[in-house]
Design a protein around this ligand. Structure first.
Ligand code: ZN
Length: 153
């Protein structure tokens, strides 16, 4: 295993052991649950959206290290962002995961045009070695997307 893989593993384990923004937000914060039946991961996203801005976000639930670490990292990068900025970050993250998928299937990876610095989240690209794990990594993100849709719907 390369030292970069070791670094990525450390970042993920750090978020898994010491999750950021863990807990609940009281109403009127929005609560949304997501499940990944393939792995048994459960994520509960609490979002406090005020004037198109994600004022606060908290995460509950349980699951594998990838799902929980991804949720923890997501709260760090999403908290305080506008809905528009959040949508861009969500897109950039999913693009990163899709690029990995297309590499696996032998297609040429598309270059990322988003230019968004995903920080610690790039560690997930290093460990999502199997397509099935992508569902773990994207669970919190899909739940957040659903949450924002429900709030704005
Ligand atoms: Zn999982």
């Amino acid at each position: 295993m390369s030292s970069l893989d070791d670094l990525y593993k450390e970042i993920i384990l750090d978020h898994y052991r010491s999750p950021r923004n863990q807990g609940e937000l009281p109403p009127p914060a929005h609560r949304c649950e997501g499940f990944n039946a393939l792995c048994g991961d459960e994520i509960i996203v609490y979002v406090s959206l005020i004037d198109e801005k994600i004022e606060d976000i908290k995460i509950g639930g349980q699951g594998c290290s990838i799902s929980q670490a991804s949720a923890s990292m997501m709260t760090e990068i999403i908290k305080g962002k506008s809905v528009t900025e959040a949508a861009e970050i969500i897109h950039a993250f999913k693009e990163m995961m899709d690029i990995y998928e297309s590499e696996l299937s032998g297609k040429e990876a598309e270059s990322s045009a988003s230019g968004i610095d995903l920080g610690d989240l790039e560690a997930l690209q290093g460990v999502v070695k199997y397509p099935v794990r992508i569902k773990c990594a994207t669970l919190a993100w899909n739940t957040l997307t659903q949450s924002i849709d429900e709030i704005q719907g």
